[in-house]
Design a protein. Structure first.
Length: 178
């Protein structure tokens, strides 16, 4: 993890603006989420972006080709149960399981690496991630506790071949603060 880089929110805004222009969809939500969206929070150098869409795009769709023009590629999980690749955790059994499906893209640009989470509007996740980001921004104690949890997870999984168990570990904090 690195110290917060104030250039990353600027890069995130630029990427979100380009997505909005390329996708021509104003009814969707476009958000900078994740640790790079929180001033003062140490983070992996990946810009987490989120689109809230009315319907998930199909694989090999015009959507995939459009985001590919911006450098995003469909993310593949390292394991069959990789967290957050094809679906989010089901937090409410009363909500249709289909609403937890998602698409995940990665932009491996060394200057501005990014992850794009595409989630359906109506799922609890688009709003939950924005609320979590806003809470981290507003509450220094929660921000510090999250940074500690992430650092412990990073240390515990430093030699792992993938990010799956690190993601699971830091997600436990997210779920505990909802």
């Amino acid at each position: 993890m690195e110290e917060h880089d104030p250039r990353l929110p600027v890069a995130a805004r630029r990427l979100l603006d380009r997505l909005r222009v390329y996708l021509h969809e104003q009814s969707w939500t476009y958000d900078h989420i994740g640790s790079t969206a929180v001033p003062g929070l140490r983070a992996k150098r990946f810009i987490d972006l989120q689109l809230g869409v009315t319907a998930l795009p199909n694989h090999d769709s015009a959507f995939d080709r459009t985001v590919a023009a911006l450098g995003f590629r469909v993310a593949k999980g390292a394991r069959p149960d990789s967290p957050g690749v094809d679906r989010d955790w089901n937090t409410d059994p009363a909500i249709a399981p289909d609403l937890y499906r998602k698409r995940l893209y990665v932009r491996p640009d060394p200057a501005e690496p990014a992850i794009l989470h595409v989630r359906r509007l109506g799922s609890p996740w688009p709003e939950a991630t924005v609320r979590f980001r806003d809470r981290l921004r507003a509450d220094p104690a929660v921000r510090s506790a999250y940074e500690t949890a992430k650092a412990r997870a990073a240390e515990a999984h430093a030699d792992d071949d993938d990010y799956d168990d690190y993601t699971r570990a830091k997600s436990d904090f997210f779920r505990s603060t909802r």
